[in-house]
Write a protein that binds this ligand. Structure first.
Ligand SMILES: [Zn+2]
Ligand SMILES: [Zn+2]
Ligand SMILES: [Zn+2]
Ligand SMILES: [Zn+2]
Ligand SMILES: [Zn+2]
Ligand SMILES: [Zn+2]
Ligand SMILES: [Zn+2]
Length: 270
């Protein structure tokens, strides 16, 4: 019945104005002087708040409060805690309501009716519909930023599905790092138009890059062949980077031009 009351939050809005002060609860008959805020708070919770909680009139007797219809001790306790001891307030910074809520359900209803329709979370891209429209929740905005690439960080490696000029799906350095850990390795493509680029492929992504952009005929045989080539590159190289070049083609029909690098070059010169 008697809640765990954090002493410093109790009835301590007024400064005590000196080391020894009397109880400032309105109407307190005690003449005792307290040497600290904590000592006074202990007196307030042990005497006055206990009185309020044990009152059976059905109304709150906290000074200045006239709340009625608190006909069970549970209702009274919930009211006293949420209104007077640890005020339960709406956490939306845009909210104009400052009074606390007596019950969690009242706060939930307030949020549902007042704030759920607000779409305060805007996409930073000016040309995006959601720059104006916004989202009602931050997690919805984040999901949009990641899937549409409207975030703030992008992977700078070439040939990474995440590194086009305006696709930035990462919101934090940590997300970018974990992308790097999961999707990159020390393999490079040195064929034709890719020669001067950094891609940090893994064996798997190098394989699919070469297959997709440099193989003229994409047969099952070619893919098998390519797997063997990439495997050999990994084997032969004891150094840090493993670069595939035309010399490794070994029967594969290799074309120099990688569509992505050619497009990128046109994009930069136009
Ligand atoms: Zn007192
Ligand atoms: Zn009250
Ligand atoms: Zn509110
Ligand atoms: Zn957007
Ligand atoms: Zn990447
Ligand atoms: Zn390329
Ligand atoms: Zn390439």
């Amino acid at each position: 019945m008697y809640p765990d009351l954090p002493p410093h939050t109790l009835w301590s809005t007024q400064p005590t104005g000196g080391l020894f002060s009397s109880c400032d609860w309105p109407g307190c008959a005690s003449t005792k002087l307290f040497s600290s805020q904590i000592a006074q708070s202990e007196h307030v919770s042990a005497t006055h708040i206990l009185d309020v909680l044990q009152n059976t009139s059905g109304s709150c007797t906290w000074p200045g409060c006239r709340k009625s219809k608190l006909d069970t001790s549970k209702k009274l306790e919930t009211h006293v805690v949420n209104i007077h001891i640890e005020p339960l307030r709406c956490a939306f910074s845009s909210c104009s309501r400052t009074e606390p809520f007596g019950r969690k359900g009242d706060l939930d209803r307030h949020i549902a009716s007042v704030h759920k329709k607000e779409r305060r979370w805007k996409c930073p891209r000016r040309n995006c519909t959601f720059h104006i429209k916004g989202f009602p929740r931050k997690d919805k905005l984040n999901e949009h930023l990641r899937t549409r690439g409207h975030g703030v960080l992008k992977c700078e490696y070439r040939h990474c599905g995440n590194s086009t000029a305006d696709f930035a799906p990462f919101l934090t350095e940590a997300e970018l790092m974990s992308h790097f850990d999961d999707h990159h390795g020390n393999f490079e493509c040195g064929i034709g138009s890719c020669a001067s680029t950094s891609s940090a492929f893994t064996p798997r992504t190098l394989r699919s890059h070469v297959f997709r952009y440099h193989c003229s005929s994409r047969s099952h045989m070619d893919y098998e062949n390519l797997c063997a080539i990439v495997y050999q590159i990994a084997e032969r190289s004891q150094s840090n980077t493993c670069t595939i070049t035309e010399d490794d083609s070994d029967g594969l029909q290799i074309s120099d031009n990688c569509k992505e690098c050619v497009d990128e070059r046109q994009h930069n010169t136009s």
